[in-house]
Design a protein around this ligand. Structure first.
Ligand code: MV4
Length: 451
């Protein structure tokens, strides 16, 4: 087992990893930028190394600075968390060259899933359903228009280096093709320095359902069931839950098997997520694979009652899995509490938290790095807490969420708490019948000012 893990991240996930390491008897090293000196991950780690100024590129994204921190602290493994360098193949490579274990898959696996065309080709070979579309890269506008007519509009063009919505355009007719092509290419080349584009049939009003998988070093890959992440806005997830309201037992079995086939086809090691789109006929299609622990992993932890960070560390140390899949025994939901103003287009709202009280009680979990007096820095993502509730049924889980949101006090900054509270009263959300377009139509009413 590892003796000392350096956490190459900040915020709630850094704290989350430190907690499990403590329970496992593993020493921890925090790294931090000068904007995070007052952060709890710095306080609770056994050692902390200040690696740079607030700017991410000079701190949490600086491979040389992080490796210097590894060297001076003698850490034998690195946990990258999510975001930052978690899916950076060069970082995984450099780490392993130093003889330090990267708590994630190999550089080759990260690369193969990072390039969306390669990922799709891999899934086709593995027998995982994919969305019909171009055979690899599209050469030019003429070839694109020809194929769009064969597939039938609407189509979507996507950047092969993309993911999470960047470099993506939906096209409804020939006349729109060239403009969409030019702007997608421009965006892709600016964002990823790779302007390769491919095409797919556009699936209208899908659900986003992802499967958590875990692979060990002995060839076992199992799934830990799904998370429904349909409630999102501009590709930012706001609420995740399990079980999904669109999955039947049969569909869960089929999608779970597809997710395992996806993992096995690349000898996947570690925790990963296979994202699917589910259309209105309940056909499912592979969309992307994420080769990291995700923000929403606590939903899975609550419904299967296992610590995913602990499992991640154990498989990285070479321990074998039992080979069985895990199914939800409870209903869980995670509400992302962001320092954003939901009444003002979710505009970031950094600043000092003057008062903070987190909800408690049976079935309520709050993962957070903030406290009263903490200043949310403007430099990083706006997630300040994750409220996770669990109960026997979806209905009871929603009741618990409402109660917990009503107890949640954050003063000094704006947060997404009012958004979640309104969501819990929304008829369509309650019915479970909605799709990824849901938040486009959702109207959040400004509360009346109390006298
Ligand atoms: C799609 C799609 C419809 N059809 N692909 C969004 C982010 C990136 N991972 C892929 N995305 C989509 N790909 C086809 N062929 C619709 C989306 C999409 C979406 C997917 C999941 C959750 C929310 C979404 C919001 C807008 C678009």
């Amino acid at each position: 087992m590892f003796k000392k893990i350096l956490i190459a991240n900040r915020g709630e996930i850094a704290l989350r990893v430190i907690r499990t390491c403590k329970e496992m008897g593993i020493k921890t090293v925090a790294i931090y930028s000068s904007a995070d000196a007052e952060s709890l991950h710095v306080r609770f780690a056994d050692e902390a190394v200040k690696i740079g100024p607030p700017s991410s590129t000079e701190s949490y994204l600086s491979i040389p600075k992080i490796m210097a921190a590894v060297e001076i602290t003698n850490a034998d493994a690195i946990h990258p968390g999510y975001g930052f360098l978690s899916e950076n193949a060069s970082f995984a490579e450099v780490t392993e060259e130093y003889g330090v274990k990267f708590l994630g898959p190999s550089a080759a696996m990260i690369r193969s899933m990072g390039d969306k065309i390669t990922a799709k080709e891999t899934m086709i070979k593995a027998g995982v359903p994919v969305i019909p579309g171009s055979d690899g890269l599209l050469k030019n506008v003429a070839a694109g228009i020809k194929l769009a007519n064969e597939i039938g509009y609407p189509v979507i063009i996507k950047a092969t280096a993309g993911g999470g919505g960047k470099g993506m355009r939906v096209i409804w007719a020939d006349e729109e093709f060239e403009a969409a092509w030019d702007s997608a290419k421009k965006e892709a080349s600016a964002s990823f320095a790779n302007d390769g584009i491919y095409m797919e049939k556009f699936i209208e009003n899908p659900r986003h359902v992802e499967f958590q998988i875990i692979g060990d070093q002995h060839g076992n890959v199992v799934h830990l069931s799904e998370r429904d992440c349909t409630i999102q806005r501009r590709h930012q997830k706001l609420l995740e839950e399990c079980p999904s309201t669109v999955l039947t037992k049969k569909l869960r079995k089929e999608m779970g098997e597809a997710a395992i086939a996806a993992g096995k086809s690349i000898n996947y090691e570690g925790v990963g997520t296979v994202e699917f789109l589910v259309d209105k006929h309940k056909q499912f299609y592979f969309m992307e694979m994420n080769t990291r622990i995700q923000v929403e992993h606590p939903v899975t932890e609550e419904v299967i009652d296992h610590d995913l960070i602990k499992e991640q560390i154990k498989v990285a140390a070479g321990e074998p899995l039992t080979g069985k899949n895990y199914f939800p025994t409870m209903h869980a939901m995670e509400a992302r509490i962001n320092a954003e103003d939901p009444f003002n287009d979710f505009r970031p709202s950094p600043g000092k938290i003057t008062s903070f009280h987190s909800p408690k009680g049976h079935g309520v979990r709050v993962d957070t790095h903030v406290y009263a007096g903490y200043s949310v820095p403007p430099y990083y993502d706006s997630l300040i807490a994750k409220l996770i509730c669990k109960a026997q049924t979806r209905e009871d889980c929603i009741k618990k969420m409402k109660r917990a949101l009503d107890e949640f006090i954050v003063e000094g900054i704006k947060t997404t708490i009012p958004f979640h509270r309104a969501l819990m009263d929304d008829e369509r959300f309650l019915s479970g019948k909605y799709d990824t377009g849901f938040l486009e139509e959702f109207v959040l009413e400004e509360p009346e000012i109390k006298e």
